[in-house]
Design a protein around this ligand. Structure first.
Ligand SMILES: [Zn+2]
Length: 150
């Protein structure tokens, strides 16, 4: 388990997923994509489930997406999370790869806390765009989501 920042959990980085987090640290949202058939896949893994190729590339995404689903966690939660509940946890469908859905949180600004957006403002299908910031000071930069206007 990665070292938590102020009680919040950092992602666990494995060999297949390491490039995702290296790009994230540079502010780029990239998705592992088959170099043979062009299908994006997530979570990262060695072999393409469509054509069984082991050749891959990391395709840069626009960073735009839509809320595919969301939940509003309430305690019991880990203490750091209980302190900011209720907040939101969203699944975002990427505009550039609609079968890819990333878990995250909608926040008011890149470094804002988990409870910075009232869950009542969220709607399935709402447009969002990615930003990268640690979930808590000292943590790893992770994809977070801002609501798009309109
Ligand atoms: Zn393939």
């Amino acid at each position: 388990m990665a070292e938590p920042a102020a009680g919040f959990l950092d992602p666990v980085v494995d060999e297949d997923g390491a490039p995702f987090w290296e790009y994230a640290a540079r502010g780029e949202l990239r998705v592992q994509t088959c170099a043979e058939c062009g299908e994006p896949r997530f979570p990262p893994r060695p072999c393409c489930p469509h054509c069984r190729s082991f050749a891959d590339t990391w395709r840069r995404m626009s960073g735009h997406g839509r809320i595919w689903s969301f939940v509003v966690p309430h305690p019991p939660l880990l203490p750091a999370y209980a302190g900011v509940a209720p907040y939101n946890a969203v699944l975002v469908e990427l505009t550039d790869a609609p079968r890819i859905r990333l878990a995250g949180n909608v926040v008011a600004a890149p470094g804002a806390p988990l409870d910075s957006v009232d869950p009542a403002r969220l709607r399935i299908g709402a447009g969002v765009r990615v930003v990268f910031a640690p979930a808590a000071p000292g943590g790893m930069p992770v994809p977070r989501w801002l609501l798009e206007r309109g």
